[in-house]
Design a protein around this ligand. Structure first.
Ligand code: ZN
Length: 262
């Protein structure tokens, strides 16, 4: 079973690379085969196998010899690894809640990987990915509540916790965006914070935001110490929010125990 999740992760990772690249160039995501970014020659299927082709081609295009970005195999490997964790953490045969949680986690991780890579390289977050992420999370929370056995009261459900958490996180970030006139945070960060609140719920909002701001600050300090950036440089915040959501997806229950909630 673990093997299936790894293979699925490699394939989806390969697809995410296409999405990230085509958002950047404005090309359609669904139409057209992959081409070399440099010589524009169509890439044959045997040169387009996740990770393996990169290794066999030694990171160069077969036609023109131009270097292929490390971003491609990295995204594929990271997606495969995270998908494997999802399989191990959430999937049990013949259980509806586990199936919903598994599919939800895979979709959420795919969206967050696009956000992470895209924001890091362009300082922007594609609106369609944010819309997908928010819609996907709300739908999943609803399904998890609807199919839970026993169903339980809505007011005490994770769905309600998520909606409250999302509202609080969105309000905080929207205020930051508004008062800083998008110099500290972008509007995309506010929508990503909404996703974070939905996923972790209001109870775990504080630890989740602490992880995001803490890791962002550490990263910023490290870059300044390495003389890669100065204090005026802008660092995208989306990747840290995305990383915090992924961390809490896997370790939220553990953090909840540690902080003595529920
Ligand atoms: Zn080429």
């Amino acid at each position: 079973m673990t093997f299936s999740f790894i293979i699925l992760g490699l394939l989806i990772g390969s697809f995410l690379n296409v999405i990230i690249f085509r958002f950047d160039t404005g090309e359609s995501v669904v139409s057209g085969r992959s081409r070399c970014n440099s010589c524009k020659k169509m890439i044959a299927w045997y040169d387009n196998i996740p990770v393996l082709s990169f290794v066999f081609l030694r990171g160069k295009c077969r036609n023109c010899g131009e270097r292929i970005s490390w971003q491609y195999p990295t995204v594929e490997c990271v997606t495969a690894t995270l998908f494997m964790f999802v399989g191990q953490s959430f999937f049990f045969f013949g259980n509806t809640e586990s199936a919903i949680q598994t599919v939800f986690s895979l979709g959420l991780i795919a969206a967050l990987i696009v956000v992470f890579v895209y924001d890091l390289s362009t300082m922007e977050i594609p609106v369609s990915v944010l819309a997908f992420g928010v819609g996907w999370t709300v739908l999943s929370l609803f399904l998890l509540w609807y199919f839970a056995s026993p169903q339980g009261a809505f007011s005490e459900s994770r769905f309600a916790e998520g909606l409250i958490g999302g509202l609080i996180a969105f309000s905080i970030f929207y205020a930051l965006v508004f008062f800083s006139r998008e110099t500290w945070m972008g509007e995309g960060d506010a929508w990503l914070a909404l996703m974070l609140g939905l996923v972790v719920g209001w109870k775990l909002l504080l630890p989740a935001l602490t992880i995001a701001f803490g890791s962002g600050a550490l990263f910023g300090i490290a870059l300044i110490l390495l003389h890669k950036k100065n204090l005026q440089s802008r660092i995208p915040f989306g990747p840290f929010l995305a990383a915090s959501i992924m961390f809490m997806l896997f370790f939220g229950a553990l953090v909840e125990q540690m902080f003595g909630f529920s």
